[in-house]
Design a protein around this ligand. Structure first.
Ligand SMILES: N[C@@H](CCC(=O)N[C@@H](CSC=O)C(=O)NCC(=O)O)C(=O)O
Length: 280
């Protein structure tokens, strides 16, 4: 049965609307919320969509409240969809750590108990939510994807795994090589089990080296990011991009950390980057 949307909040801003919805998710087996920014009407053509994936500990509200993306999205005529980062609720498995369980879905399909009952974030972001958005809002099928940290990992892996689906992808301080860093190893072992082979299809470095799919990708990384050396390692993806001649641009931003202050400083560049390919 198609999922119905319950409007939880609506606010007018920059000539458009910020809305928050609840719905029942069939892939995650629980109730979910997402936020959406709808720009004011421009020329009668349905606007393209930019997916905005958030990081560890976030809900759909972090990006919508703290990124400041709506002003430029309104100017460019872009819809922003901001999903939650995991299934949630009393019946959903969780962990004491902030980097596993609720708030830490890693945009993958878990195969291991107890996570496999609900943690199918890859299917949710890749199939269920796009169908729900297309069925309930007037949007174009032209799409781009971006994300922060764990959400940057989600944006890059989903774009690399789906040739032709997105016209561009971008990320703020993404986890690019989860196979080799503590956040990724902890989550992938729990969600996917011990067989590292099954982890590879969720690793941007592995996917970039092994997939023929190419699309323009922009990454911004602060050099004062507290997670840079241990968890993020963007230079690894840069090196692979050079080897396989992939259209990746990595910009190192001096003095910036991992926070939404960093995101809000460069989100305009990311939206203008996506608009270049979405609005042709
Ligand atoms: N609590 C943790 C750090 C959690 C954190 O920094 N989360 C980031 C994303 S990190 C990678 O996915 C975030 O976006 N937080 C929400 C916000 O609004 O800033 C710790 O103590 O280290």
């Amino acid at each position: 049965m198609p999922s119905t949307l319950e409007l939880l909040e609506e606010h007018r801003l920059y000539g458009g609307w910020q809305q928050r919805y609840r719905h029942l998710s069939s892939s995650l087996n629980c109730s979910m919320t997402f936020s959406i920014f709808l720009p004011g009407p421009k020329d009668g053509t349905p606007p393209p969509v930019v997916w905005c994936l958030a990081g560890l500990t976030c809900t759909d509200e972090n990006f919508s409240v703290k990124s400041g993306a709506q002003r430029v999205a309104a100017e460019l005529g872009l819809v922003l969809v901001m999903p939650d980062t995991s299934p949630r609720g009393e019946g959903v498995a969780n962990d004491e750590g902030y980097d596993l369980g609720q708030g830490a879905g890693f945009y993958l399909n878990a195969t291991e108990a107890p996570w496999s009952a609900n943690f199918k974030m890859y299917d949710y972001i890749n199939s269920e939510l796009p169908a729900l958005v297309a069925g309930n809002f007037s949007v174009s099928d032209r799409q781009a994807i971006m994300g922060h940290s764990m959400g940057g990992h989600g944006a890059l892996t989903i774009a690399l795994r789906n040739p032709g689906r997105f016209s561009s992808a971008s990320a703020f301080a993404p986890i690019v090589n989860p196979l080799e860093v503590p956040w990724g190893q902890k989550a992938f072992r729990a969600y996917l089990g011990d067989d590292v082979e099954s982890w590879k299809e969720y690793d941007s470095c592995w996917l970039m080296r092994n997939s023929a799919n190419q699309l323009p990708v922009l990454i911004d990384q602060g050099d004062s990011d507290q997670f840079l050396a241990d968890q993020l390692r963007p230079e690894r993806l840069e090196e692979i991009a050079r080897e396989v001649d992939f259209p990746l641009t990595v910009r190192v931003q001096p003095g910036y950390d991992h926070s939404y202050f960093f995101i809000s400083s460069f989100v305009e560049d990311h939206l203008r980057f996506h608009a270049k390919y979405l609005l042709v």
